[in-house]
Design a binder for this molecule. Structure first.
Ligand SMILES: [Zn+2]
Length: 145
């Protein structure tokens, strides 16, 4: 019984340590600048101001401020504009349709960016496997690319 307890504690410790190291990446100034250069801040700010004006006209007692509206616009942009949603990727060589095949082993580069799992989108025409690395997000197991 004691052994199981220690094993469980070690698992928790390893998970906490791993997540701690992962979160430290968000403090990297170079990565922050790169992320900020991708975000269309002026466009989102203008949309947030427009949305706030609409909300205030609809409800003069509106408690939301410009920062809340800006966060909502950022979330909308991130989900709807930043990503492209597909069931299967188009073939990276011929652009044709692909189908899921058996998963692939991650390369050293994919592992470096924490892609633990790589989907294989196999082209029916030219038979090329198109790699689709799935990134693990801290606290979840949800993946994104
Ligand atoms: Zn193809």
């Amino acid at each position: 019984m004691r052994f199981v307890c220690q094993e469980s504690s070690m698992g928790l410790f390893v998970t906490l340590q791993s997540n701690f190291q992962h979160v430290l990446q968000y403090e990297n100034l170079e990565l922050q600048l790169k992320a900020r250069s991708t975000i269309p801040h002026q466009e989102l700010s203008a949309a947030a101001q427009h949305k706030l004006k609409e909300l205030e006209e609809a409800d003069p007692e509106c408690k939301l401020g410009i920062e809340e509206c800006l966060v909502l616009e950022l979330l909308r942009w991130f989900k709807q504009d930043f990503f492209s949603w597909v069931d299967c990727l188009p073939c990276s060589r011929c652009g044709g349709p692909t189908k899921h095949d058996q998963g692939l082993s991650p390369t050293a580069e994919e592992l470096r960016w924490e892609a633990q799992r790589v989907e294989n989108h196999y082209c029916q025409s030219c038979r090329l496997p198109t790699r689709f690395p799935r990134l693990v997000v801290v606290g979840g197991g949800t993946s994104w690319t």
